[in-house]
Design a protein around this ligand. Structure first.
Ligand code: MRU
Length: 368
C-alpha cells in the first residue's frame, strides 16, 4: 500500500541509476499505480505539461530534478541548461513554485562558478524536496490547532472539512498542504471527516484526494462540485481548507477552478475558509491576484471527454455533442477578503499584506 507518511515520496532518484528520476504517473490513479521514468529534461517538461505530476510544490520539485537531468545531458554546456530552464518555465503558467524552483536552482550554480554542475543541481534538487516535506509538516502542525479547536468546541463530535482539488501528498513531495493538518488530526485520534469535491474536469478530487485519504484510512465522502454550498447551508461543513498555486503578497489566492465559488458559499454561511500553503507558493512580486496571476487554459478535451474504468478496461469517452464550443479555465482567484486565514509553515495569518509580512518579514522587506 502506498500512503502519505514516513516512507512516501512523489519524486525520487532511481535507486539503481542516478541518471533517472522517477515519479508516480498520476494520470493513471486511482486505477493503476504506475512509476514512470524521467530520463531527460524533456521528459520532465512533458510530465508537468501533461499532468503526470501536478500540484504546485510537486511541479516545483519536478522542475528542479529536470534541471538536474539537463545538467547530466549538457556536458557542462550552460546554454543547454538555459534552454531547459526556459522550456520548463513555459510548461505550466499558474503555479509559481515552478519559477521559484528554477530560480533557486540557477542561483545555486551561479554562486558556485566552476563547481561541478551536476553535483550542485543534485544537491539543490534534493534540498528543495526535503525542505518541502518539512514545510508540509509545519503546515500540518499549525493547521492541526484549528482542527483541535473545532473538535473541542464540538465536544469531540466529528469535524467536517471540505476540500477542493488535490492539495494532498500527491501535489507535494509528501503530506500535502491542505491534507497535512487532516492527516495529523487523524493520527491524533480526532474524529475527522473530509468532503472531497470531485473537481471537474481533471477530477483531482475523485481520483487523487479520495484515493489518498482511502489509503490512509481517513473517513471521507466524495461530492460533486456543486454540492458544497448545500452542505454549508445545512451546517455540515465546519471548515474549508484548500491549497493554492499562487498567493499574492496581499493574500489573494489562485487555486483550482471552483475554489472561488466555495469561498463565496463559505462566506455566506459563516464557515471558516482557510488556504494552506508553503511560503514557496507566495508571489511576493504580485499584489493583485485578478490582474497579475496568469490563468492557465487547458485542452477542451478535458471537458468534452471523461476517463475511467469500464470493466477491466481503462478508457476515455466523449460526453458532449460533436462540435460543442468549450472553454477550460483551470484556475480562479479568490480575493483575500474571502479567505479567513492562511496556514503556512511559519504559522497562521490573516490573508493580507500585513499578515504575510508578519510571518515572513525578510521576504516582505525585499519585495517592497
Ligand atoms: O492543475 P493542478 O492539478 O496542478 O492543480 C492543483 C491545485 O490546484 C492544487 O490545489 C494546488 O496546486 C495546491 S497543491 C498543494
Amino acid at each position: 500500500m502506498q500512503k502519505p507518511g514516513k516512507n512516501f515520496r512523489t519524486i525520487w532518484l532511481a535507486p539503481d541509476n542516478p541518471a533517472i528520476v522517477q515519479i508516480i504517473d498520476q494520470r493513471r490513479l486511482p486505477h493503476e499505480f504506475i512509476v514512470a521514468d524521467l530520463k531527460s529534461y524533456r521528459d520532465g517538461v512533458r510530465a508537468i505539461a501533461d499532468m503526470q505530476v501536478r500540484g504546485a510544490p510537486l511541479i516545483g520539485g519536478t522542475a528542479a530534478w529536470s534541471l538536474y537531468l539537463a545538467a547530466l545531458e549538457s556536458d557542462g554546456n550552460r546554454e543547454h541548461i538555459g534552454k531547459a530552464a526556459e522550456e520548463l518555465a513555459a510548461s505550466r503558467p499558474t503555479a509559481v513554485n515552478l519559477q521559484w524552483a528554477l530560480a533557486r536552482m540557477l542561483t545555486a550554480v551561479s554562486e558556485q562558478e566552476g563547481a561541478e554542475l551536476v553535483a550542485v543541481f543534485r544537491r539543490e534538487a534534493e534540498a528543495i524536496c526535503d525542505e518541502d516535506v518539512e514545510i508540509s509538516l509545519g503546515i500540518g502542525r499549525h493547521g492541526l490547532t484549528l482542527l483541535e479547536a473545532i473538535a473541542r468546541r464540538k465536544n469531540g463530535a466529528r469535524v467536517n472539512v471540505l476540500t477542493h482539488c488535490n492539495a494532498g501528498a500527491l501535489a507535494t513531495i509528501n503530506w500535502g498542504t491542505a491534507t497535512a493538518p487532516i492527516y495529523l488530526a487523524h493520527e491524533a485520534g480526532i474524529d475527522i471527516h473530509v468532503w472531497v469535491d470531485e473537481t471537474r474536469p481533471r477530477n483531482q478530487g475523485s481520483q487523487l484526494t479520495a484515493w489518498e485519504l482511502q489509503q490512509s484510512g481517513v473517513p471521507h465522502t466524495l461530492i460533486v462540485d456543486n454540492a458544497g454550498g448545500h452542505l454549508m447551508q445545512h451546517g455540515m461543513v465546519d471548515i474549508c481548507i484548500t491549497g493554492t498555486d499562487r498567493t499574492t503578497r496581499n493574500g489573494d489566492v489562485a487555486n483550482k477552478i471552483g475554489t472561488y465559488l466555495k469561498a463565496l458559499a463559505a462566506h455566506d454561511n459563516d464557515v471558516p475558509f482557510y488556504v494552506a500553503l508553503p511560503s514557496t507558493t507566495i508571489d511576493w512580486e504580485s499584489s493583485d491576484g485578478l490582474q497579475d496571476i496568469p490563468i492557465e487554459q487547458r485542452d477542451p478535451r478535458e471537458v468534452t471527454h471523461i476517463w475511467g474504468r469500464n470493466g477491466e478496461r481503462l478508457q476515455e469517452i466523449v460526453t458532449v455533442a460533436a462540435g460543442t464550443p468549450v472553454s477550460n479555465y483551470a484556475f480562479d482567484v479568490t480575493p483575500a477578503r474571502l479567505v479567513t486565514g492562511l496556514i503556512t509553515e511559519a504559522g497562521i495569518c490573516e490573508a493580507s499584506a500585513a499578515g504575510l509580512a508578519g510571518l515572513f518579514p525578510e521576504h516582505a522587506r525585499i519585495a517592497s
